[in-house]
Design a protein around this ligand. Structure first.
Ligand code: CP
Length: 314
């Protein structure tokens, strides 16, 4: 059995990018497959637009039936600790829940965001890893506490599609946000970008350093303007502090991506995983410009989901 938890489950990331593009063309040419008899559960602890609907669309493309379960609103409160006397607010143990779901479906996708209150629990993937441990079917990461690999695969496909040079300069730039957000997208993007043939630069204010394990292959540049010079892709994202865990250390508006900064680049394409706060993370003049490829990037969420589902449940 194979899971899709992170890039560590991918034997050759670049080959996956190329295969996903081929599969997209195949589906465009031949249309969706007829129902295969396979089914999967998409289990959400948190909201979603792209992940939920791109997974459902990919399932449709491959002839797989998908079932949505918004566990926090519709399910029993799950217990994740072993040996607990369950006389409190939790009603069902993960062992039974995972076992039952495994008996119904051929795969399960799980979305479980970081708490941002306990770094050790979040970075040990306390919730997501319990599904991996107790499910007997493939488990797909639909954004866990620390990673969002379906998004990152879509990001790599998008860069491959738009790159004009063999080794593009790709810049991951922190940008301000009023709420504390997890590091998952930034961690995962860095993990994937670091394994591609990119000149990969991460820029953020001091105090926003990502966990060192996600910075392999990346150059850190605290000066955002310097980082932008000659860039082919600007990937904007907010994240809260890893070192001062879950805290907002800066809301400096000077870090917003605007046209003036984009002029420093090599006519870079603008990327963001969405949802994005306009005129906080990015100015309208950038996201509405020709440089913005956020729509193509979001469309490739289906491309990445197609491939992951085909690999896991055919
Ligand atoms: N980028 C992304 O995962 O979007 P959703 O949160 O809407 O699924």
């Amino acid at each position: 059995m194979m899971n899709f938890c992170s890039i560590n489950d991918v034997d050759d990331p670049l080959a996956w990018v190329e295969e996903a593009i081929e599969l997209k063309k195949e589906i465009e040419t031949y249309g969706p497959k007829v129902y295969t008899g396979k089914s999967m559960c998409l289990l959400f602890f948190n909201p979603s637009l792209r992940t939920r609907l791109s997974m459902q669309k990919a399932a449709f493309n491959l002839g797989i039936q998908s079932f949505i379960f918004n566990l926090n609103q519709e399910g029993w409160q799950l217990e994740f600790e072993d040996g607990t006397v369950m006389n409190g607010y939790t009603s069902e143990h993960i062992k039974e829940a995972a076992g039952v779901l495994s008996s119904y479906f051929d795969a399960i996708g799980v979305r479980s965001f970081a708490s941002l209150s306990n770094r050790e629990d979040d970075y040990n993937e306390k919730v997501f890893n319990q599904f991996v441990k107790h499910c007997t079917i493939p488990v797909i990461n639909m954004e866990s506490a620390t990673l969002h690999p379906l998004q990152s695969l879509a990001d790599m496909i998008t860069i491959k599609e738009f790159a004009k040079v063999e080794k593009p300069k790709v810049v991951l730039s922190w940008a301000p946000h009023p709420k504390a957000l997890p590091q998952a997208v930034a961690n995962s993007f860095s993990q994937w970008a670091g394994q591609m043939d990119f000149d990969f630069v991460v820029t953020h204010p001091e105090g926003y350093e990502l966990a060192p394990e996600f910075m392999k292959g990346a150059t850190l540049e605290y000066d955002q303007q310097k980082a932008f010079e000659g860039a082919d892709f600007i990937y904007a994202k907010n994240w809260s502090s890893y070192t001062d865990y879950g805290q907002i250390l800066s809301q400096d508006k000077k870090w917003m991506i605007d046209q003036q900064k984009m002029k420093l680049t090599n006519q870079a394409k603008f990327m963001h995983c969405l949802p994005v706060r306009r005129n906080v993370i990015v100015a309208d003049e950038v996201i509405d410009s020709e440089a913005s490829i956020v729509m193509q990037q979001a469309a490739h969420r289906v491309t990445s989901a197609n491939l992951v589902l085909r690999k896991l449940i055919g």
